[in-house]
Design a protein around this ligand. Structure first.
Ligand SMILES: *[C@@H]1O[C@H](CO)[C@@H](O)[C@H](O)[C@H]1NC(C)=O
Ligand SMILES: *[C@@H]1O[C@H](CO)[C@@H](O)[C@H](O)[C@H]1NC(C)=O
Ligand SMILES: *[C@@H]1O[C@H](CO)[C@@H](O)[C@H](O)[C@H]1NC(C)=O
Ligand SMILES: *[C@@H]1O[C@H](CO)[C@@H](O)[C@H](O)[C@H]1NC(C)=O
Ligand SMILES: *[C@@H]1O[C@H](CO)[C@@H](O)[C@H](O)[C@H]1NC(C)=O
Length: 695
């Protein structure tokens, strides 16, 4: 009996043992899947690649490059069985995975769209879209229960449609949809016990470690992500979440892998350096990945510039060019600035002791202030200025804009010598300065104004008629100044524009001739071989209209007119009917020249001196240049040292053509301009000076 009971017990035990094993075998219908890729070299056949995905020769799995709007997927090519049936209940088996990835964005601020770790019923994702669909789904199937996909999304672009992706740099748990059920910004918990979080960028370009553990019995999914440079993995996962709905996703056979995509404007290259996976055992744990065993991470070409080498080279080249242009601009501006101050000189300007600095003139005239203007006309505007505060050092600055630099060059050459002219009847030229297109001439400041104003303006204003003695002294002084220019200096200087407004009167009623030689600036041979002559109507010698050549004789003619004007107090011509020299000559022919004397003087004049002056004036106005006296002779006549020669030939006019000739001789340019338009053109450059051109 005892042995029988023993046998029965033994059989029962064996039966139960067999039963238990059978039940157990029935319960667990899962196969173990386990793999580790430390780099993908030699394991290409195990990975199913689609679209842009490829395994690089160095072993890196590149899901996609940075072209816009591309997708790429890579799945382990064998299905993974994750369904676990126990009696009439089914659960998702535990699994674990670990991978190291790198995201290289276009630029540190502009990358996208992201990638996923995916459980998918297929080993590729046909018809999946790029950009926010991450190569996982498309607009049509997004959110459908029939998708059977679960994905951990590594998104680097903010906001997908409903802006449910709160932050650009985030992790999401997605079930059949790109709308994340759970979502966390990318941080890791420091390994110490505290809750201290450290955030970091997915698209930093550095290797990043991701760990995903799913515990089947508790339906808990733990997810951890951290920079691979950390020595140990964080103790606390970023996401620890119950995910019962995983059961609705997982089918009999699932594939594990990655999907990735770029956007139109946002693009990053997504790389996987190593990947381990484990499922089907009680507490599966994916093989740890040691960074030193993995292939070298892709070069982070986005880190500093965000551009690839060609673009980089282009940028460097462009910046170089820009820099050079900026440099040139800078030097140009400096040059201009210095030019404005007159400190950069053309060759011909150097070594001229009388050249003054524009800066100084600018300061001396208060920046050419309008209230410093003491006269306009002649050839430009005249400003009063002073180099120091004392009124002794006052200067007059004449600002001229000549119409050719050639003229200036010649004039300056002359000025350099003119600057050395020293005579009590000349306005002292202190210097000159060329600034841009202007020529600035610096003269002594002469306080009493011009002979013109003494003869006409002042008597009109205050009745102060210039009396005889100063008139005669002024005439002699002007003659003396002209003589100096013509004969007494080392070179012959032709004044070219003798007239009352160019005779300045100083404190001692001493006349000073100004503007000598200035007309030269406007005299030139033009391209059409037209000689341009310059002068003032009424003072221009008749021969000027024929050959255009200024000479000492043409200066003498102008002086003659000036002399008649000083005595008579009348302008050389009015609007057309009156001509001073004609009138005086006619009076002389009647035998009494004295009525020509300024009536405002009354009897307050020396009649012999007046007679002398009028005769000398007429003599100087002779039609033929050769018959005019020299200035030396003029002075001798005026001083009574020589008798005036009798003039028998009517000053060069033939009797029968007297009228026509007369007008030609004395009216000079004024009449010529209107009567013989064909050969002359006259341009007024100011109220008193004209430029006249004739062939
Ligand atoms: C697991 O179940 C599937 C069908 O549900 C069957 O085809 C397969 O043979 C089973 N495997 C084992 C090891 O029982
Ligand atoms: C990958 O390839 C290497 C070298 O050929 C091999 O040692 C390793 O076992 C392979 N890994 C897998 C998961 O097959
Ligand atoms: C199997 O299913 C039945 C009803 O469908 C249920 O009552 C029973 O508890 C289930 N057994 C197990 C082991 O879950
Ligand atoms: C998930 O994380 C929690 C909290 O750290 C831990 O208690 C649990 O054991 C983890 N589960 C797995 C499967 O790793
Ligand atoms: C990684 O590899 C290095 C050298 O091969 C070794 O010293 C280190 O302990 C390894 N780390 C881990 C976590 O296995």
């Amino acid at each position: 009996m005892g042995t029988d009971r023993c046998m029965v017990l033994l059989l029962l035990f064996i039966f139960f043992l067999v039963l238990t094993v059978c039940v157990r075998a029935q319960r667990t219908n899962t196969t173990t899947t386990e793999f580790t890729f430390r780099g993908f070299t030699g394991n290409q056949s195990l990975i199913q690649l689609s679209e842009a995905a490829m395994i690089k020769p160095d072993g890196l799995l590149r899901l996609n490059d940075r072209k816009p709007k591309v997708t790429g997927t890579a799945f382990y090519n064998k299905p993974v069985r994750l369904l676990e049936t126990s009696g009439n209940s089914t659960t998702v088996a535990s699994f674990s995975t670990s991978f190291v990835f790198v995201i290289i964005p276009t630029s540190t601020s502009n990358g996208g769209f992201g990638f996923t770790f995916t459980l998918s019923p297929t080993p590729d994702r046909p018809a999946a879209d790029a950009a926010q669909f991450l190569g996982l789904l498309n607009r049509d199937n997004d959110g459908k229960l029939t998708n059977h996909v679960f994905a951990v999304e590594f998104d680097t672009v903010q906001g997908f449609e409903d802006v449910s992706d709160r932050s650009g740099n985030h992790i999401g748990l997605n079930f059949n949809s790109l709308k994340s059920n759970y979502q966390e910004p990318v941080v890791y918990y420091d390994s110490d016990e505290s809750d201290r979080k450290e955030d970091f960028l997915l698209q930093s370009g550095d290797p990043i470690h991701a760990l995903l553990d799913y515990d089947g019995p508790t339906q808990t999914l733990n997810f951890t992500v951290y920079p691979a440079r950390l020595k140990s993995k964080p103790l606390r996962p970023l996401i620890s979440q119950r995910v019962p709905n995983l059961l609705q996703i997982v089918q009999e056979e699932m594939y594990v892998g990655f999907t990735a995509a770029t956007g139109r404007d946002e693009s990053s290259a997504h790389y996987v350096m190593g990947w381990s996976f484990s499922s089907g055992v009680d507490r599966p744990l994916a093989q740890p990945l040691n960074l030193s065993d993995l292939p070298t991470p892709p070069p982070n070409i986005a880190k500093n510039t965000g551009y690839d080498p060609q673009v980089l080279a282009l940028i460097v080249a462009l910046s170089g060019v820009t820099l050079i242009l900026l440099g040139l601009l800078f030097f140009f501006l400096m040059y201009k600035k210095r030019l404005q101050r007159g400190e950069i000189l053309e060759d011909w300007e150097i070594n001229h002791p009388h050249r003054l600095r524009y800066k100084d003139l600018y300061a001396a005239t208060d920046g050419f202030n309008a209230n410093r203007i003491i006269g306009t006309g002649g050839f430009g505007t005249v400003y009063r200025g002073s180099f120091s505060s004392s009124s002794v050092d006052q200067i007059a600055v004449k600002k001229i804009t000549p119409n050719s630099m050639q003229g200036v060059r010649e004039f300056v050459a002359e000025i350099e010598s003119l600057g050395r002219l020293r005579h009590k009847n000349l306005v002292n030229l202190q210097g000159w300065c060329k600034h841009k297109n202007d020529l600035l001439l610096i003269y002594d400041y002469i306080p009493n104004g011009s002979l013109d104003s003494l003869l006409y303006t002042r008597p009109r204003q205050s009745g102060a008629v210039l009396s005889w003695n100063p008139r005669f002294q002024i005439a002699k002084g002007v003659a003396s100044g002209l003589l100096y220019l013509h004969e007494e200096w080392e070179k012959i200087v032709i004044h070219r524009d003798v007239k009352p407004s160019n005779v300045l009167i100083d404190d001692n009623m001493n006349p000073r001739l100004g503007d000598f030689g200035l007309a030269r600036l406007y005299e030139r041979e033009t391209l059409s071989r037209t000689t341009v002559i310059v002068g003032t109507i009424g003072y221009m010698a008749p021969e000027l209209t024929r050959n255009g050549k200024s000479s000492t004789a043409s200066d003498v003619f102008a002086f003659g007119v000036l002399l008649l004007e000083i005595v008579s107090g009348r302008r050389p011509t009015d609007s057309g009917t009156f001509f001073l020299a004609d009138w005086v000559m006619e009076l002389r022919e009647t035998g009494d020249i004295l009525p020509a004397v300024d009536p405002r003087l009354g009897s307050g004049y020396d009649s012999s001196e007046a007679k002398l002056a009028l005769s000398v004036g007429l003599l100087c106005c002779h039609q033929r240049p050769a018959s005019r006296p020299s200035m030396r002779m003029v002075i001798r006549y005026l001083n009574g040292e020589e008798d005036i020669p009798e003039i028998e030939d009517h000053w060069g006019y033939s009797e029968h053509s007297s009228r026509r000739s007369k007008f030609e001789g004395y009216v000079s340019s004024d009449k010529a301009s209107s009567s013989s338009v064909a050969s002359f053109s006259v341009t007024r450059v100011s109220s008193s000076s004209v430029i006249m051109s004739g062939r």
